[in-house]
Ligand binder design. Structure first.
Ligand code: NDP
Length: 295
């Protein structure tokens, strides 16, 4: 298929790179140098505007920070709506918000363009390996149509329900990730201060019932080593937790735990800035507690 990919950020770039094996690819990125760097490395063509990307494609994929940036890309003489071909399909792999996606889907439907939200989980490594989990919100027919593209970077690809359901699922997943990060940061800081070696504390947790993906993978790889690689911005995790809180409120579900974790992530974001990695929330908690959690 002729596919356009818009947004060659930390996760978008490796996702787009996997598409070249089975599809004809055009790419667009706000900062042009990133698109040029991509086409220098992969068989793809860079275009100057979202309109041009859309006009050449049967499937248009977006992967931007939030739904607000995706919606903004629709408008204007160089926007997506000026180029999208009737009968084409737009897939939004942004971790976005359900309400904006429903609005985008309605606007595209007026132009006979299909839409599904298709956020992903599995990180930059999962994107490179083509093993992402993809959470799709849309109709069964659109889901089937999207599969040949999504399966290039996704391993588990699930239809969650109507438009917006993929984003709702992703937001809850990431809010839980945030809760785990914050709670583990608190627990480990206290244990280390109480004299328990950090490496041993993590080992014992991982042989016990308090373990999680964060304790089994993220903390050993990034916190115990003090490596702090930058793969997923803390600002984006904080955004996801906020989307989950909105969902809970809409559904009349109390969100005390998620609210507290979101607040901690927000304070860490404020202190560390927009480029900090999500695991650096624990670095912030270390600073607050006056301790380092290192092997
Ligand atoms: P990055 O911050 O690394 O990249 C963001 C991308 O969006 C860049 O291409 C950037 O362009 C572009 N962009 C930013 N603002 C605008 C704008 N106003 N108009 C047009 N383009 C814009 O983010 P990620 O790639 O990490 O994340 C993208 C989405 O995927 C987010 O929703 C995130 O939550 C989600 N996600 C990320 C994961 C990860 O591990 N990184 C994992 C799973 C989901 P420019 O180059 O010009 O700055």
């Amino acid at each position: 298929m002729r596919v356009a990919f818009l947004g060659l950020g930390a996760i978008g770039r490796p996702m787009a790179a996997r598409l070249i094996w089975a599809h004809s690819l055009v790419v667009w990125n706000r900062t042009k140098v990133r698109a040029n760097e991509f086409t220098g490395a992969y068989k793809a063509r860079a275009v100057y505007t979202p309109r041009e990307a859309a006009s050449r494609s049967e499937v248009v994929i977006t992967c931007l920070p939030t739904s607000a940036e995706v919606e903004a890309l629709l408008d204007g003489p160089d926007g997506l709506l000026a180029g999208l071909v009737p009968g084409s399909l737009m897939l939004d792999c942004t971790s976005g918000d359900p309400a904006t996606s429903r609005r985008i889907a309605a606007r595209l439907a007026e132009h006979q363009v299909d839409f599904a939200d298709a956020p992903v989980s599995g990180g930059v490594n999962g994107a490179e390996a083509g093993t992402l989990t993809v959470m799709v919100g849309g109709s069964e027919a659109i889901f089937q149509r999207a599969l040949p593209v999504l399966q290039e970077f996704g391993k588990r690809i699930e239809l969650m329900g109507p438009v917006g359901s993929g984003h709702a699922m992703k937001a809850v997943n990431n809010a839980l990730l945030g809760v785990n990060i914050v709670a583990l940061g608190e627990g480990l800081a206290a244990l280390v201060k109480a004299g328990v070696p950090a490496g041993k504390a993590v080992e014992v947790l991982n042989a016990s019932s308090g373990r999680s993906f964060v304790s089994e993978h993220l903390v050993p790889e990034r916190v115990l080593t003090g490596a702090w690689p930058r793969t997923f911005r803390l600002a984006l995790l904080h955004k996801d937790a906020g989307i989950a809180l909105d969902l809970l409120e809409e559904q009349g579900v109390g969100g005390a735990v998620m609210q507290m974790a979101t607040d901690v992530l927000g304070v860490a974001r404020e202190a560390l800035g927009e480029d900090a990695d999500y695991l650096e929330a624990i670095r912030f908690m270390e600073q607050e507690a006056g301790v380092e959690i290192r092997a």
